[in-house]
Design a protein around this ligand. Structure first.
Ligand code: PLP
Length: 648
């Protein structure tokens, strides 16, 4: 018999296995140590080993799970988007400019918004807000040159604040979503004898593609119909205030999966723009909304996770379509705006989750002596296992598997009827899994195409569950809510071939608390190759591209809450090429409990009463009671997640 050498394994293979080229966007790769590293600064080769960042964060008192924010990536993405538009504008000979507008709902964290504004300063970037709280957060953040657009439902309180901002000289433009907002705005403006600046969101006939297609089209809950737009324009004209209408806007929904849909919408709105300009309403801005997609990897059949275009094509489609129609209609081109959110922030943050333990279906293997008085099914299982071990012939392997499967069913029935002892059942069960593993290993080595259905069945049965310290519902809720795929991979040991088939499950007591779609090579699979893990050893898994929407949408299922985070900058002259600018603690147990009306004082009081009663009754000694109480109290200040420490 020849011993089969496993095929050679290289870091390139790891890079391909986890499809880093598809989703990494040039930021993420693997270094010589087999560790995932990041090159966050556009155009510079400064590489930061993610494991060094984790080590330093832990040394400074952070605990896992941990969000790492690479602030430089935000800046790189802002620059990349704006430069692509500049190139498109130059290439097309477009006699106007582009400004990107950051919708803060994507990630309202102050540092994130500040980083976007800072990086976008040279490109005149603006911001967008969609609610009262967002408006109040953003107003004091912007200078007098920053364009700020206000979408969403607006009451008179918000409209007043927007007019106040205009009085102060800020470039704040309410985007009328409902006709009544226009009426309210004009009343408020008249009371103050102001000429308001405003924009209009138009309900286009073009519908978005993908999950959020209802954000556009006639059934959308947002925007004015064309008759409403005309009515609004006529009223402004009658007042001699046609120039108040400065902006036309549409939004097709997030993660536009098909660029043709965007092209069609841009053409539609540009025709409306041209008509307005020709009748004397000189609209300045054309805003193509959000929806610029991010490639999370995987196949194109999953529109939530992949897109059929890049930044360059997106910019070209917008610029050329607007120019073509403006040229045809003989009107000057507008200033172009896009409200790209996801595309600016998704890449910058990642979640580090430690593996707490592994549940292997086939463990522990126990091939002891046959228990006494075993029924014949036990020896049939033993035979199946022996045969599987001694053959390489596909047909015989499949037969062994069939026999084992049948024997297991029979053993199960005998147990129910009381004809099998626990020892006998454990022995049979263990042999069943060993047979499965033997058969699968040999079938996989034979590389049959297509693989027999038994092989697929075995792969599913033999997938390990990797229990990880996080909550799907808190940190990647879109995976649960809309089956979005996020890139997941180990952060170290990549010089070793990952030899386990694994599914990542979280801490929640919810069977949906798992990751069941992975980017794996060029397709999506329900399992991911991971390295084998020994309880107590550090094995860290990264979940990437979580910088858009996930944190703020996340919930508190099982009272697992906000995780610790660190903000990292790359810098060449620092040890490891990075420095941690800020460390934020996640929510502690007592704050989490207060949100559901359990207050620390009350909990402490009840706990000490309970303990005192047992001391008085002589159940425990007083000193032990104090220790138990102190331990309880101390933990209230700690993280809602598990510790990775194990007792030795
Ligand atoms: C959500 C939203 C955006 C941002 O969309 P992305 O897909 O993140 O780019 C932009 N504009 C409006 C009106 C929105 O509602």
């Amino acid at each position: 018999m020849t011993t089969q050498q496993p095929p050679a394994w290289s870091l390139d293979d790891a890079q391909t296995m986890y499809a880093m080229d598809v989703w990494g966007d040039g930021f993420f790769s693997i270094n010589d140590k087999g560790n995932v590293c990041v090159k966050p600064i556009e155009g510079m080769d400064i590489s930061v080993d993610i494991n060094d960042v984790i080590a330093e964060a832990l040394a400074e008192g952070s605990t896992l799970p941990l969000i790492l924010r690479f602030q430089d990536i935000i800046s790189s993405r802002v620059k990349r988007l704006n430069r692509k538009f500049r190139e498109a504008i130059e290439g097309a000979g477009y006699e106007g400019v582009y400004r990107s507008i950051f919708p803060i709902k994507v990630n309202q964290l102050q540092e994130v918004v500040a980083e976007v504004i800072e990086a976008g300063r040279e490109f005149d970037i603006g911001v967008e807000c969609g609610s009262k709280a967002e408006l109040m957060a953003a107003l004091p953040m912007i200078g007098s040159d920053t364009l700020m657009l206000c979408n969403g439902v607006k009451d008179h309180v918000m409209l007043t604040m927007m007019l106040n901002a205009q009085q102060l000289g800020q470039q704040v433009i309410p985007i009328i979503e409902k006709y009544s907002e226009f009426e309210q705005l004009m009343i408020l403006a008249d009371q103050r004898e102001l000429k308001p600046r405003l924009g209009v969101r138009v309900k286009l006939n073009t519908r978005g593609a993908g999950r959020w297609y209802e954000s556009g089209g006639a059934r959308s809950k947002f925007g004015l119909t064309v008759p409403e737009l005309v009515r609004l324009v006529k009223i402004l004209e009658k007042r001699g205030q046609g120039d108040c209408l400065e902006l036309l806007h549409f939004h097709l929904g997030s993660q536009i999966s098909d660029i043709q849909v965007l092209r069609s919408a841009v053409k539609e709105i540009t025709q409306i723009y041209a008509d307005l300009v020709l009748r004397g309403v000189s609209v300045k801005f054309l805003d193509v909304g959000g929806g610029l997609g991010v490639n999370y990897g995987g196949d194109y059949d999953n529109p939530e996770s992949s897109i059929n275009y890049g930044l360059r094509e997106y910019a070209n489609v917008v610029v050329y379509a607007v120019k073509e129609i403006c040229d045809e209609r003989g009107v000057p081109v507008p200033t172009l705006l896009s409200e790209s959110g996801r595309a600016l922030t998704a890449h910058h943050s990642m979640l580090v989750v430690p593996v707490l333990g592994v549940h292997r279906p086939d463990s522990p293997p126990m091939h002891d002596e046959t228990p006494p008085d075993s029924p014949s099914v036990v020896s049939r299982m033993e035979t199946a296992y022996e045969e599987a071990r001694s053959t390489d012939v596909t047909g015989i392997l499949l037969e062994c598997y069939h026999d084992a499967r049948e024997a297991r069913e029979e053993a199960d029935q005998l147990m129910r009827l009381g004809y099998m002892t626990l020892d006998q059942l454990a022995h049979t069960d263990s042999l069943y899994w060993s047979t499965c593993r033997e058969v699968l290993q040999k079938l996989a080595a034979a590389q049959l195409t297509p693989p027999p259905t038994e092989q697929l069945e075995l792969e599913e049965q033999l997938t390990d569950l990797y229990l990880c310290d996080f909550s799907v519902f808190h940190s990647i809720i879109d995976h649960w809510a809309i089956q979005q795929v996020f890139p997941v991979m180990p952060l170290h040991r990549l010089q070793e071939r990952p030899d386990r088939r694994a599914q990542v499950v979280d801490l929640t007591c919810d069977s949906d608390g798992k990751i069941d779609q992975y980017v794996h090579g060029h397709s999506n699979t329900s399992w991911l190759p991971l390295h084998s893990h020994k309880h107590g050893d550090a094995y860290h898994i990264g979940i990437f591209l979580v910088g858009a929407y996930q944190e703020i949408l996340g919930d508190a299922h099982n009272l697992l809450g906000r995780v610790d985070e660190v903000h990292v900058y790359a810098k060449e002259d620092e040890t490891g090429n990075f420095w941690i600018e800020e460390t934020l603690k996640g929510i502690c147990i007592k704050d989490m409990l207060s949100q559901v009306q359990y207050f620390p004082n009350d909990l402490d009081r009840r706990m000490s009463e309970l303990i005192r009663k047992q001391i008085n009754a002589g159940v425990i000694k007083a000193a032990e009671g104090t220790r138990i109480l102190n331990n309880y109290t101390k933990r209230l200040d700690e993280s809602t997640y598990c510790t990775t420490e194990v007792v030795r």
